[in-house]
Design a protein around this ligand. Structure first.
Ligand code: HEC
Ligand code: HEC
Ligand code: HEC
Ligand code: HEC
Ligand code: HEC
Length: 384
């Protein structure tokens, strides 16, 4: 009797774990902010909501934005492959092409309480050209048929309303750069892609605009007076110099008990969030190695700075070795006295990875652009 009870308990446990491994894994909660595409009225005085048309007047800002990942949030080949790999879920569109008329279907409601299974109907006003613009101007600048901006009392041909949060803060970014998850089976400290949450948790000043839209004085439209403005660059991991300037590296060599000891300190000196932030795919590697006078390669050691999440059977923050602001990290590389000859140089290499080669292969992404690049590379003479 006791034995059958045990067998039943074990079977129930196995069935439960089996279900945990097979069930669809919704890694975030669908918040009200992005549950549905944004419905927008055209402000009076404008011909369309398209960035291209804003650019007829705001030429310089348009050119800056066009180069940013926001303008490529839909056309980005990595995103397109990942979207298909993830089963073309509608929810992805609400951050990558958030305007209603960027989407082929209207969202009428949901079949499930978690809002991952929308009821769709064809959108008669779907606009293919608008779709290609990804996170377009109107996403951040149109609210209730008005253009919102940091100043308000401008000489614009379209109605403008001042939104003090725009010039400084995270409001315009929080809609997409953080998700939540309070489900019983999720144990995150920071949600995935939790840039906003990282800044709050780290006690940093609540700001994105100050760094990602660098300040300039300029006319907002050619021929108009100069005003304080922000360059719409939104640079991050896809722009190597931006990542490189955020990293400080210190290298010290000393004689250890067994031979040579190299200590490298890496510090995030440029980003209020973690370096790197965003999807847990992004990571850094540090490689230390000895080189010989004829280019011989000697002993080496590598370190990975990455966020690892255990996805199944429960979602648990496993390990986070990324660089948080104000928390430098030390790495030690030891070489035995007997392994030192014939080497006379030390190479230090820090690489930024947008994603792993393994993941690239799994999703079938044939990248044209590099998925990793060096952000620090220096050769030092070995000091005996
Ligand atoms: C026909 C020309 C024209 C078009 C088209 C146009 N704008 Fe403007 N916009 C202006 C002018 C002129 C100003 C005011 C410049 C000044 O006061 O220095 C302005 C001001 C602004 C401001 C500043 C508001 C503030 O409070 O700081 C924003 C934001 C803005 N436009 C966004 C847009 C967006 C987004 C679009 C497209 C949906 C757009 N504009 C289309 C001419 C235009
Ligand atoms: C409507 C959703 C949305 C809003 C609002 C938004 N972003 Fe983004 N952002 C995205 C998406 C989607 C991407 C990724 C695009 C890609 O790489 O395919 C992105 C990428 C970025 C990147 C990464 C660039 C890189 O090189 O990897 C930066 C930086 C960024 N956003 C900053 C901001 C800032 C600052 C704000 C607020 C002013 C903001 N974003 C508002 C959706 C949004
Ligand atoms: C991801 C959100 C986002 C997108 C997309 C975006 N802007 Fe902005 N925009 C902002 C923020 C934030 C500010 C305030 C910057 C500041 O004051 O430093 C701003 C400011 C402005 C201003 C006022 C002058 C200034 O620079 O402060 C104009 C004009 C403007 N944007 C036009 C545009 C146009 C045109 C596009 C599309 C080509 C666009 N914006 C796309 C977030 C965005
Ligand atoms: C103190 C300046 C600073 C502030 C404030 C800041 N960032 Fe960044 N951000 C950077 C720098 C520098 C990088 C490139 C280094 C890196 O990768 O972290 C970056 C990179 C990024 C990236 C690309 C992912 C990556 O790590 O390469 C995203 C997305 C991003 N920031 C979004 C935001 C958002 C959203 C906010 C506000 C919630 C914000 N940032 C606030 C400086 C800043
Ligand atoms: C809550 C808004 C949101 C949703 C929903 C969302 N994304 Fe994103 N996505 C972002 C933001 C913001 C970034 C850029 C910063 C980062 O790396 O976190 C991004 C970046 C990405 C990138 C990396 C692009 C690059 O070039 O580095 C891929 C791929 C991606 N998303 C795919 C998806 C897929 C597939 C879905 C649906 C399963 C999805 N996203 C749903 C906001 C969102």
């Amino acid at each position: 009797m006791k034995k059958t009870l045990w067998i039943l308990v074990v079977l129930a446990l196995l069935a439960f774990l089996g279900w945990r491994f097979l069930r669809p894994m919704n890694i975030f909660e669908v918040g009200d902010r992005f549950a549905k595409p944004l419905k927008m009225e055209l402000p009076p005085g404008l011909v369309s909501l398209k960035a291209k048309d804003c650019g007829d007047c705001h030429a310089e800002i348009y050119t800056e934005w066009k180069e940013s990942m926001h303008a490529k949030a839909w056309t980005d080949p990595y995103y397109q492959v990942d979207l298909r790999f993830d089963g073309n879920q509608q929810i992805c569109l609400n951050c990558h092409i958030p305007l209603e008329n960027q989407q082929e279907n209207l969202v009428l409601g949901f079949r499930d309480a978690e809002r991952f299974d929308p009821i769709l109907a064809p959108n008669p006003n779907f606009d293919l050209e608008l779709q290609q613009e990804g996170v377009t101007c109107a996403v951040c600048h149109v609210k209730e048929g008005q253009i919102i901006g940091p100043q308000g009392n401008t000489l614009a041909p379209h109605p403008t309303t001042r939104d003090p949060e725009m010039a400084k803060g995270m409001t315009a970014c929080a809609q997409c750069h953080v998700v939540a998850n309070h489900r019983w089976d999720v144990f995150y400290k920071i949600p995935p892609c939790g840039t906003v949450a990282e800044i709050k948790a780290g006690g940093q000043e609540e700001d994105c605009v100050g760094c990602h839209l660098p300040k300039v004085e300029r006319p907002l439209v050619e021929g108009y007076p100069s005003r304080p403005s922000g360059r719409h660059l939104f640079r991050g991991g896809h722009h190597p110099p931006t990542v490189a300037q955020a990293l400080a590296v210190q290298v010290r060599q000393r004689k250890g008990t067994q031979g040579l000891e190299v200590e490298v300190t890496l510090e995030n000196q440029g980003a209020a969030h973690a370096l790197p932030t965003g999807t847990p795919d992004r990571h850094l590697t540090l490689r230390l190695r000895l080189l010989g006078p004829q280019g011989q390669i000697g002993p080496e050691e590598s370190f990975v700075l990455k966020r690892s999440v255990l996805w199944r059977p429960f979602i648990i923050d496993w390990k986070d070795t990324r660089l948080l602001r104000g928390q430098p990290k030390n790495f030690v590389f030891k070489v035995d006295q007997s392994d030192l000859a014939p080497y006379d140089q030390l190479e230090v290499l820090v690489t930024y990875h947008l994603l792993d080669k393994a993941r690239r292969q799994r999703i079938g992404y044939q990248n044209q652009e590099p998925i990793f690049y060096p952000i620090y590379q220096k050769i030092f003479p070995l000091t005996p």
